[in-house]
Design a protein around this ligand. Structure first.
Ligand code: GLN
Length: 226
């Protein structure tokens, strides 16, 4: 008699990691902890064990791409992604994940989008606004764009979550989320909740989606006002 076939499920963990090489790391960890998700910085190959998801934060994509190469982290991200780890790239992180970059060679290439770096101009052309993104939140989501890229095109299998004027601001495939803005620099927890659920993790339901203590006039602070 044949013995029952044992099928193994993909390696899924319980924490979300934040790539800790450069950029907005502690802001993402703070947001994840507010919604009760176990979160930790990820720097070395052993740090990737047991992660359900990984956030590639905003910062400077050329610098991040160099560090990924120097520390040989690129192949680990690709392997873990293939094993089931979900990915979310914010701003520079979205640039790293894009399948194609206008006028430059792509980096990880894990989502079929075309991205133009610094699509709005210089740092001085940074701005905030808000938008209704029904899949993410029933309330308008505050958005912070800092020397942001534009997503110009999304390929097959990529859902557009938010389009503003001539560009795509947020999109996703089944395993990868990309936002060209920074939810971690606002009082909104909606995107972090959404990413946690994409990773199969349950976040705290007793937190308001928009932290009432958040100082909405600043994008530089991340700590709660006590
Ligand atoms: N302009 C930066 C880059 O090209 C991204 C800026 C950001 O992450 N806020 O990498």
């Amino acid at each position: 008699m044949n013995s029952a076939k044992v099928t193994t499920s993909p390696l899924i963990g319980k924490a979300i990691g934040v790539l800790d090489m450069q950029g907005g790391v502690c802001e993402h960890i703070d947001h994840l902890q507010r919604i009760g998700i176990s979160a930790r910085p990820v720097k070395h190959s052993q740090d990737f064990e047991g992660l359900a998801g990984l956030i590639l934060p905003g910062g400077e994509s050329t610098c991040l791409a160099r560090l990924l190469k120097i520390f040989e982290i690129e192949p680990i991200i690709v392997r873990k992604y293939r094993e089931g780890m979900k990915l979310w790239g914010t701003c520079a992180g979205a640039i790293l994940l894009a399948g194609s970059l206008k006028g430059e060679a792509a980096h990880l290439g894990l989502i079929d989008i075309e991205v133009q770096r610094n699509g709005f101009g210089s740092q001085l052309d940074s701005f905030t606004c808000e938008a209704l993104i029904p899949k993410i939140s029933p309330e308008p989501v505050p958005l912070t764009f800092i020397r942001a890229p534009k997503i110009l095109k999304a390929g097959e299998g990529v859902d557009i979550l938010l389009c503003i004027d001539d560009f795509i601001a947020a999109a996703e495939s089944p395993d990868v989320l990309v936002t060209v803005f920074h939810p971690e620099l606002t009082g909104s927890l909606a995107f972090h909740r959404y990413f946690a659920s994409k990773c199969g993790l349950q976040s705290r339901a007793d937190q308001p989606i928009l932290d009432p203590s958040w100082n909405m006039t600043s994008w530089t602070r991340y700590a709660r006002i006590v």
